[in-house]
Design a protein around this ligand. Sequence first.
Ligand SMILES: [Zn+2]
Length: 84
Amino acid sequence: MSLLIVRLVVFVLLFWAGWRLWQYWQQMQGSRVEDKTSDKLEGESMVPCAQCGVHLPKGSALQSGPRYFCCREHQEAFERNAGE
Ligand SMILES: [Zn+2]
């Protein structure tokens, strides 16, 4: 009978350890996501490239009137297409 109790205690301990590990892992994941969102909130706003649609910080984007581009090639390609 006591062996059964020992097994039960070991099982519960293993389960508890696994649960704590899972919670710890979830917390790590959560804090990483929070870091990302706070970076976004503190940092510059993101703008999409008018040519390829990739989002980049406003500061590193090339602005051409109301539009933003990720690189000069895309700005030139967009203006070429718009001119035709
Ligand atoms: Zn682009």
